[in-house]
Design a binder for this molecule. Sequence first.
Ligand SMILES: NC(=O)c1ccc[n+]([C@@H]2O[C@H](COP(=O)([O-])OP(=O)(O)OC[C@H]3O[C@@H](n4cnc5c(N)ncnc54)[C@H](OP(=O)(O)O)[C@@H]3O)[C@@H](O)[C@H]2O)c1
Length: 280
Amino acid sequence: MKILVTGANGQLGREIARQGRGHELLLTDADTLDITNGEAVNSYFSAIKPQVVIHCAAYTNVDGAEVDLDRAFRVNVVGAQNIAAGCLEAGARMVYVSTDYVFDGEIQEPYREFDPVNPQSVYGHTKWQGEEMVRQILGRHFIVRTAWLYGDGNNFVRTMLKLAQTNDTLRVVHDQVGTPTSTVDLARAIFKLVSSNAYGTYHATCQGQCSWYEFACEIFRQSGSEVKVIPVTSEEFVRPAKRPKHSVLDNYMLRMTVGDPMREWQEALCEYLNFKSHTE
Ligand SMILES: NC(=O)c1ccc[n+]([C@@H]2O[C@H](COP(=O)([O-])OP(=O)(O)OC[C@H]3O[C@@H](n4cnc5c(N)ncnc54)[C@H](OP(=O)(O)O)[C@@H]3O)[C@@H](O)[C@H]2O)c1
């Protein structure tokens, strides 16, 4: 397949590039294809005519979006609109990657794909509006919501390991629960979807759930670090953007269609930490 990847230098984009080696890949970043530039996107699609677009580019700074609304909107909403319109024109299918932050996190059950959304942050709002753009413009779409993503790039695992080098004690939030998800597992699910015609909205996170505090404890347990982790509440650790308290996603539609390839979060983390220690 001729696959165009946007945001190919991001965490997910890099893993898509790695797993997609058997395909004809067109890897783009903000320099080669600025998704906010509608004209540039149009001419790129007319010239290249991709069959599939895996849209990984996004404004992902959750706290930054609270003050940089325009940029978040341009990238996450107008960008998604431009890419979906390009796909329509080129006859391409599109994967739009979205987030658990479209939910408010006020229910204790895992969210299914058709549960009502209620984003609490600018980032969550813009990702939801991006979803809606894609739904309105393009029938042949896969909207894939994931959460707590880590891979080759800046993420919670790297931040924790770095902080542990210079601190004896770390304070980590214990009242926000979700599911850490490896880009390896997410990319696998995306490739399963794009090989099918099962268009629609999907949840794709690793299995299980934990708080950020439990996630940090597991990172240090697996990496053999002695750092002490202290659980704190969201009120004690105030951030600009409100986060959902319980945003566990159920991969219901994956199970109903192409199958759910996602591993337990601890198993995926173990592979990540082993790989990291061999490569850094
Ligand atoms: N990270 C998470 O925890 C998480 C959780 C749930 C969902 N998601 C979603 O998963 C997807 C992938 O996330 P990720 O963690 O891989 O993100 P990432 O590492 O931040 O990568 C996003 C990429 O988008 C690029 N980009 C930004 N503005 C652009 C523009 N105008 N034109 C073209 N490219 C642009 C960025 O390039 P620059 O770096 O050069 O700006 C960056 O390489 C996103 O849709 C995100 O919303 C992420």
